[in-house]
Design a protein around this ligand. Structure first.
Ligand SMILES: N[C@@H](CCC(=O)N[C@@H](CS)C(=O)NCC(=O)O)C(=O)O
Length: 329
């Protein structure tokens, strides 16, 4: 893994020494918003009006943050309006590559770039920082609109509604405060908590991540024994943000990131809820377990130096879930 420094690629492993063994995730730097009419959003510049075919989404099928954006693209009927390029699951010395010798890896459909970092320097020749996915690219201004998944899913939730006629709302005004509270706990202890456990380089940093992580899973199991979704009966972005971590948990985080106190299949409600979300129309196609399992085990040399990719646990995501029929078919 590496990063860009003034537009040049520098190879280096994640350094957790300065932070006492703790893994700290850097904030995304491109924070513009697509809006229905191109008015500025909550951050960044204006000029990014919703339009069919104008924007391109770069993802990794392995990445839980990019996965959120694929889910919203699918649920919000954006597949015909926003095309996708997917990187190769192996993230090696030059970061994400556009090699296409793995089923589902597409290459870069716009520029035929070699690596994701080429897109960052195309947008900003002096960029310094990580070259992460997802990347939402604007073909008109030839730049990155956003590389922050939490914001891309909110754009997808509403900015294109007039174009698609799809007005499903996963961030309803009346529930926003509650969604924020749930999102914050899930992000800190679970979405990012698994990385904090896995990339910790001291016993203390590992334990500081892993105990709160399982406290949160217990809290969720209880919540989901009483509620169909995280926020009562309404399927919201909070559920989808949780889902991308749950689906990776047993095949990857349990073993590779040492989050091994329990598996998701050991929690009856969480496991049924994971299957219920998986079975929502349009979701299964966004889940590529071969990319997920390959990526983590093959890419993180510091954790798995021999790059042995484990065989998968046997899990049936299509088994009946008993949590009611999908509300959004
Ligand atoms: N804040 C970003 C985080 C994205 C992120 O960290 N993506 C990872 C893949 S799971 C990545 O591209 N890492 C490459 C790197 O850090 O060099 C988001 O949610 O969009």
């Amino acid at each position: 893994m590496g990063h860009l420094l003034d537009g040049r690629w520098v190879t280096e492993a994640i350094d957790t020494k300065a932070s006492g063994g703790k893994f700290e995730r850097a904030a995304a730097q491109f924070r513009n918003w697509i809006t229905p009419d191109g008015a500025p959003g909550p951050s960044g510049a204006g000029g990014f009006a919703a339009a069919s075919g104008r924007y391109h989404l770069y993802v990794s099928y392995a990445c839980p943050w990019a996965h959120r954006t694929l889910i919203f693209r699918s649920l919000k009927g954006l597949s015909d309006h926003i095309a996708v390029s997917a990187v190769h699951p192996d993230m090696l010395d030059e970061g994400w590559s556009f090699d296409d010798d793995f089923a589902g890896a597409t290459g870069d459909a716009l520029f035929n770039s070699g690596h994701a970092h080429d897109l960052y320097t195309r947008a900003d020749p002096a960029y310094s920082g990580r070259a992460t996915v997802p990347i939402l690219w604007d073909k008109e201004q030839a730049t990155i609109v956003s590389n922050e998944s939490a914001e891309i899913i909110r754009m997808f939730n509403s900015a294109f509604d007039r174009i698609t006629g799809n007005d499903l709302d996963f961030w309803p005004e009346a529930l926003r405060e509650e969604i924020e509270v749930v999102n914050t706990r899930i992000y800190d202890t679970l979405n990012n908590g698994v990385y904090r456990a896995g990339f910790a380089s001291t016993q203390d940093a590992y334990e500081d991540a892993v105990y709160p992580l399982f406290d949160t899973l217990d809290w969720l199991e209880d919540r989901l024994s009483r509620n169909r979704f995280l926020i009562g009966d309404t399927l919201t972005e909070a559920d989808w943000r949780l889902f991308t971590t749950l689906i990776r948990f047993d095949p990857v985080y349990h073993l590779h990131f040492k989050c091994n106190r329990r598996r998701i299949v050991d929690y009856p409600n969480l496991w049924a809820y994971t299957r219920a979300l998986y079975q929502v129309p349009g979701i299964a196609e966004t889940v590529k377990l071969d990319h997920i399992v390959r990526h983590y085990h093959y890419s993180h040399e510091s954790i798995n130096p021999n790059r042995i990719v484990p065989i998968n646990p046997i899990l049936d995501y299509d088994a009946p879930h008993g949590r009611g029929t999908s509300q959004i078919t």
